[in-house]
Design a protein around this ligand. Structure first.
Ligand code: PHE
Length: 445
């Protein structure tokens, strides 16, 4: 069977940006930054993206393009009879875990979208926006309906094949989302009390760096937000041909993704302080702050509608890239059709997501890792453990298993002046830093 390919390099870039930009930039970035003290976290996060994230993005896409296979198949093909392919299974497991909670949170976003459609959000609930959000997510069935709807849409797109629907949707919606975020940021900084929020985000309080968990949080956020270490970018890279140049594309993806996160911080934190919300409220943060902003604004009902439309679509372009990892694997390994693989994996992930959703209400007493509920545990395990391990192994694979010439060749850096720097980063520096941060977070170094 002929493998699928992107129509153009732009098609790949849009899909990869669509994958990178999603709930991670708005929902996850703001709550993780809020929990980790703001400014100092932001600096660590940006450093992680520049020194580790972007170089590894190039690594991951290069492996996929060279092998022309899913993540497990890529390692098996490039390193036959060697244990590297085990990392492939780790990637498949990460995609599975992330999508289990991603689709629940995206379901919340869809629900908010619907409330803006019906106009329900133009009235202040008696229990406030925070109270009404908590009341919603802790129900048994209503959030599951939205989770099912979101998973259904994701499965449908992956099942049909990615080219038509998603490339087009991304082309139109990403610019709209970007413009809206910028407009909201301008509005947000004019709120009374905005200065405190900006100071929280841009004036680092270095004392938070004493806590080892901040480093792994920043690294984990960089991996999550860049869709790195899962095999998503490898799989997307495998649909590229050798004629497309990779370095510029990966830098573009990384920079765009980071700008989105910073702008969303400028939207969220002034509002957090203006409305007296606790920045460390965790996962619900944006679902409380944004409705507050929209409620205060003129035409907030319409703006909220467009915003949640764009956010839901950004979530879809990321979720399909997550589903694509196990689907591409099953299609090759089990020789399954795209349709069957999408259906099976989608249903299993949906079921796993049900536990996440119930974990916000009925099962909120269940804690898996430390005192984390099901959502937080899955998020912690995938972002702060699996993705860094996945990323480090990719770097080691290209840095040590490939010859230098092969590594540069695979990533289109032969004869490029930054090739040498990139190679040193990938071979030594990035693995070293990741290892230190990782071991440090476990209390080992
Ligand atoms: N990067 C996506 C986001 O920020 C989430 C994602 C993670 C997608 C890993 C694919 C792989 O929303």
């Amino acid at each position: 069977m002929q493998r699928e390919n992107w129509a153009s390099r732009l098609g790949f870039m849009l899909a990869a940006m669509g994958s990178a930009v999603g709930l991670g930039n708005i929902w996850r970035f703001s709550y993780v930054a809020g929990e980790n003290g703001g400014g100092a976290f932001l600096i660590l996060y940006i450093l992680s993206v520049l020194v580790i994230g972007i170089p590894l993005l190039l690594v991951e896409v290069s492996i996929g393009r060279k092998a022309q296979r899913d993540i497990v198949g890529s390692y098996k093909k490039l390193a036959p009879k060697q244990p590297w392919f085990m990392v492939g299974y780790l990637g498949v497991a990460s995609a599975f875990l992330i999508l289990s909670f991603y689709s629940v949170v995206a379901g919340w976003a869809l629900y908010y979208w619907w409330r803006y459609v019906t106009g329900a959000m133009t009235e202040m609930p008696d229990i406030g926006f925070g109270g009404s959000f908590e009341a919603f997510i802790s129900q048994d069935y209503a959030p599951l309906f939205w989770h099912a709807l979101f998973m259904g849409i994701t499965m449908f797109i992956v099942l049909v094949g990615v080219k038509k629907g998603i490339e087009l949707a991304n082309k139109i919606l990403m610019p709209i989302l970007a413009l809206m975020m910028i407009a909201l940021a301008i509005y947000s900084v004019t709120l009374p009390g905005a200065g405190e929020g900006l100071a929280f985000l841009f004036q680092p309080d270095w004392s938070v760096l004493d806590d080892p968990s901040v480093y792994i949080a920043a690294l984990g956020q960089a991996f999550f937000s860049l869709s790195l270490g899962v095999g998503t970018m490898m799989t997307y890279g495998s649909y590229l041909t050798k004629q497309h140049q990779l370095p510029g594309a990966t830098v573009g993806i990384g920079v765009m993704d980071t700008l989105f996160a910073i702008i969303s911080g400028i939207v969220i934190f002034p509002a957090v302080f203006a409305f007296g919300i606790d920045p460390s409220s965790g996962p619900p943060l944006v679902f409380i702050t944004l409705p507050e902003i929209f409620y205060q604004m003129n035409f907030g009902g319409v703006i909220g509608l467009v915003f949640f439309t764009a956010l839901s679509l950004a979530a879809i372009s990321s979720s399909i890239s997550l589903l694509e990892v196990p689907v591409a694997y099953l299609m090759r390994a089990a020789n399954m059709s795209r349709k069957l693989a999408s259906l099976i994996v989608g249903l299993v992930i949906f079921a796993s997501g049900v536990t996440v959703s119930l974990g916000m209400g009925k099962w909120s007493g269940i804690t898996l890792i430390g005192d984390r509920n099901i959502l937080d545990s899955m998020d912690f395990l995938s972002s702060n453990v699996f993705l860094p391990i996945g990323g480090v192994t990719m770097a080691l694979f290209v840095g040590w298993y490939f010859s230098k010439q092969e590594a540069l060749e695979a990533s289109d850096l032969t004869n490029n002046p930054i090739g040498g720097l990139w190679y040193v980063l990938v071979k030594f520096i990035a693995p070293f830093i990741i290892a230190i941060i990782f071991l440090n977070s476990l209390g080992i170094v």
